[in-house]
Design a protein around this ligand. Structure first.
Ligand code: FAD
Length: 574
C-alpha cells in the first residue's frame, strides 16, 4: 500500500513525539511506530530530566555543560553539549506548559534532585539538577507529548515495523513498513524522514531495556551504507535488580541511597572520594565489578547492595514509589527495611546514527549530510554523551534534539519537493521476509539471540580485552552464519511476531558486529569503553569519534575529530 506524507517520523518515544509536535501546522506529519506509542521505552524513564533551573540551589547551564563534557570523558562534542544544556531549561518549561505534572518544592516550583556526575561549580559538590515527577518522569513525559499529538491530529500508524529506508540518488525519500496486524507491506513516500527508534540494549543478557529495543533504526541505515558513530561505547547502569536487570533509578542515590559491598563497606568512598555514590555510571559499574572480582560481592556472589533503609519510609514511598513496588513485587523484599541486591545492567547506547545539531544525518565522517534524512534520541549520536552519558541527559537529549530536528524538517519540507521513488522500493524487504518464511533450516532465532546476549555480556560489557573481543567476534561470525538458516514456524500474515523477532535478531547481530569491531580497534580506555589491556585514556591517538561502515569486504572504520570549545581535556577524577 502506498502513503504520502511530507514528514514521516519513525518512533513514538519522547524524541519522535517531540519532533512531531514541532512539525504540526507546518507540514503533513505521520508517526510510524512498531509499538503502541505510550508503550515506548521513554515511558519507563524514572529519575528525571536534567536542567539548570536552580530551583533548589544555585546552578548554571555552563556547569551542566562542564559536567556533561567531563562525564563524556571528553569525547562529547562541546558545541553540541553547550547548546543542549542551554536549551534544556526551555525544554523543561515547554513540558510544564504542555501540562506535565512535575513534583513540586514547598514554594510550588519544579522540584529537583541530585544525580550522578551533576555538580556545582565545576565539580565542587553534587547539585540538585534533575527535574522529576516522583520516579515516573518518563511516563509523564510520554503521556503529555502523546496528548499534544492527539490534540494536533498527528497521523499515527501503530504497530507498523519499519524495515527499510528508501534512498534515491543519495536522497532519502521514505520508508518501508510491515503492518503487524495484516502482514502487508507499506511504502511511505516522504520529503523527510526522522528515525527516533531508541536503543539496542537487547544485545545483552542483563539489561534495563524493553524487548523492543533491538536497534532497528541504527541497523537499517547501516545496511544502506551509512555510518554508525561510536558504537563501542555502551553504558552499564550500576543498579539493576540482581539477575533481572530491571532498573533502580540513580534517583535512589540522589535521595541519599548508598552502595555497600559484602563486608558492609561503603566502597565508593575509595573510588570517588568527592562525590562517592553519585559518581558517573561508568565509574560505579567498574567499581562494582572490581569489588566482586576481589571477593567482596555479597555472599561471594556477583552483586552488591543498594541501601535505602536510612532514608525512612516517607521519602521512599513518596519519591520512589515505582521502584519500591518493583522491589516488593520481583524480589519480595521491602526496601524500607532491607537493602536491595543490585548489579550493573546494560542500559544505554551512547553511539548511533551520526547527526548534526539539527538532526541531519551525516553520510560520512567529513560531515556531508544525506538530504531528507534525520535522526534523534537514543538511536542518534550528536554526540552529546561521548564515551559515557550522565543520568537525566537522555531525556534532555530527546526533548532538545527532537524539537530541533522537527524544526529543521519543517524548513526542509517548505523548501523541497518530493523526490521520486526508485523502482520496486519494497523489493529488498519482500525478499528478506520470503527468505525467513520459506527457510527450511533448523536454527531457532530464540536460541541464537540467547547465545548472542550471553556472549556479549561475557566479552563486550564493562571490561574488555583484545582476547575477549576476539572471542566474541568469532562467535558473531558463527551466529551470523547460523542466522542464515533461521526457520520461522509461523507462516501466517496476522500478528506474526515470530517473523518480526527473527528480523530484529538480524539487526542486533549487525549492531553487535559493529560494536565489537569498533571496540577492538580502540586501544585505550575511555568512559564506558574499558580495555584492561589498554587501561589509560590516550588523547594523542584516540580523541576522535569512530565512524563504522558496513561494506562487502567487511566493516570499514574511519574517524572524525572531537569538537572542543572551552573545556580542555583533563584527567577525570571524582
Ligand atoms: C528503565 C529506564 C529508565 C530510564 N530512566 C531515565 C531517566 O530517568 N532519565 C534519562 O534521561 N534517561 C533515562 N533513560 C533513558 C531514556 O529513557 C531513553 O534513552 C529515551 O527515553 C529514549 O527515547 P527515544 O525517543 O529515543 O526512544 P524510545 O522511547 O525507546 O522510543 C522508540 C520508539 O521507536 C519505535 N520503533 C523502534 N523500532 C521501530 C521500527 N523498526 N519501526 C517502527 N517503530 C520503531 C518504538 O515503537 C518506539 O515508539 C531510561 C531508560 C530506561 C530503559
Amino acid at each position: 500500500m502506498y502513503h504520502r506524507h511530507d514528514a514521516v517520523i519513525v518512533g513514538a518515544g519522547g524524541a519522535g513525539l517531540r519532533a512531531a509536535i514541532e512539525l504540526c501546522g507546518k507540514a503533513d506529519v505521520a508517526v510510524v511506530s512498531k509499538l503502541y506509542p505510550t508503550r515506548s521505552h521513554t515511558g519507563t524513564a524514572q529519575g528525571g530530566i536534567g536542567a539548570a533551573l536552580g530551583n533548589r540551589e544555585e546552578d548554571s547551564a555552563e556547569w551542566h555543560a562542564f559536567d556533561t563534557v567531563k562525564g563524556s570523558d571528553y569525547l562529547g562534542d562541546q558545541d553540541a553539549i553547550e547548546l543542549m544544556c542551554q536549551e534544556a531549561i526551555g525544554a523543561v518549561y515547554d513540558l510544564e506548559h504542555m501540562g506535565l505534572p512535575f513534583s513540586r518544592t514547598e514554594k510550588g516550583l519544579i522540584d529537583q534532585r541530585r544525580f550522578g556526575g551533576h555538580t556545582r561549580n565545576f565539580g565542587e559538590a553534587p547539585v540538585m539538577r534533575s527535574c522529576y515527577a516522583a520516579d515516573r518522569t518518563g511516563h509523564m513525559i510520554l503521556q503529555t507529548l502523546y496528548q499534544q499529538c492527539i490534540k494536533h491530529n498527528v497521523h499515527f500508524y501503530d504497530e507498523f515495523h519499519v524495515l527499510d529506508l528508501i534512498i534515491n540518488d543519495g536522497v532519502c525519500c521514505g520508508v518501508i513498513a510491515y503492518e503487524l496486524a495484516t502482514g502487508e507491506l507499506h511504502t511511505f513516500h516522504a520529503k523527510t524522514v526522522l528515525f527516533a527508534t531508541g536503543g539496542c540494549g537487547k544485545m545483552y543478557k542483563v539489561t534495563s531495556n524493553a524487548h523492543a529495543l533491538t536497534g532497528d533504526g541504527m541497523a537499517i541505515p547501516y545496511r544502506r551504507g551509512l555510518p554508525l558513530e561510536d558504537m563501542e561505547f555502551f553504558q552499564f547502569h550500576p543498579t539493576g535488580i540482581y539477575k533481572m536487570g530491571i532498573l533502580i533509578t540513580e534517583g535512589a542515590r540522589g535521595e541519599g541511597g548508598i552502595l555497600l559491598n559484602g563486608k558492609g563497606e561503603r566502597f565508593m568512598e575509595r573510588y570517588a572520594p568527592t562525590i562517592k555514590d553519585l559518581a558517573p555510571r561508568d565509574v560505579i559499574s567498574r567499581s562494582i565489578y572490581l569489588e566482586v572480582r576481589e571477593g567482596r560481592g555479597v555472599e561471594g556472589k556477583d552483586y552488591v547492595l543498594l541501601d535505602l533503609t536510612h532514608l525512612g519510609s516517607e521519602v521512599i514511598e513518596t519519591k520512589l514509589p515505582d521502584i519500591t513496588d518493583f522491589v516488593r513485587t520481583y524480589l519480595g523484599i521491602d526496601p524500607v527495611k532491607t537493602p536491595i541486591p543490585v548489579q550493573p545492567t546494560a542500559h544505554y547506547a551512547m553511539g548511533g546514527v551520526p547527526t548534526d545539531v539539527n538532526g541531519r544525518v551525516l553520510a560520512d565522517e567529513k560531515g556531508n549530510v544525506m538530504p531528507g534524512f534525520y535522526a534523534a534520541g537514543e538511536c542518534a549520536c550528536v554526540s552529546v554523551h561521548g564515551a559515557n552519558r550522565l543520568g537525566t541527559n537522555s531525556l534532555v537529549d530527546i526533548q532538545v534534539f527532537g524539537k530541533l530536528s522537527g524544526k529543521d524538517m519543517a524548513r526542509f519540507c517548505a523548501e523541497t519537493d518530493y523526490t521520486p521513488l526508485p523502482e520496486d522500493p519494497e523489493g529488498k524487504v519482500r525478499e528478506e521476509i520470503e527468505r525467513l518464511k520459506l527457510n527450511t533450516g533448523n536454527e531457532s532465532a530464540a536460541k541464537i539471540r540467547t547465545e548472542l546476549q550471553a556472549e556479549m555480556m561475557d566479552n563486550a560489557s564493562v571490561f574488555r580485552t583484545a582476547d575477549s573481543l576476539g572471542t566474541i567476534r568469532r562467535k558473531l561470525e558463527e551466529l551470523q552464519e547460523r542466522y542464515k538458516s533461521v526457520r520461522v514456524d509461523d507462516k501466517s500474515t496476522i500478528y506474526n511476531t515470530e517473523l518480526m523477532e527473527a528480523y530484529e535478531l538480524g539487526f542486533l547481530l549487525d549492531l553487535a558486529d559493529c560494536l565489537v569491531v569498533s571496540a577492538e580497534a580502540r586501544t585505550e580506555s575511555r568512559g564506558a569503553h574499558c580495555r584492561e589491556d589498554y587501561p589509560k585514556r590516550d588523547d594523542v591517538n584516540w580523541l576522535k569519534h569512530t565512524f563504522a561502515y558496513q561494506t562487502d569486504s567487511g566493516i570499514k572504520l574511519a574517524y572524525k575529530p572531537v569538537t572542543i570549545t572551552k573545556f580542555e581535556p583533563k584527567e577525570r577524577k571524582y
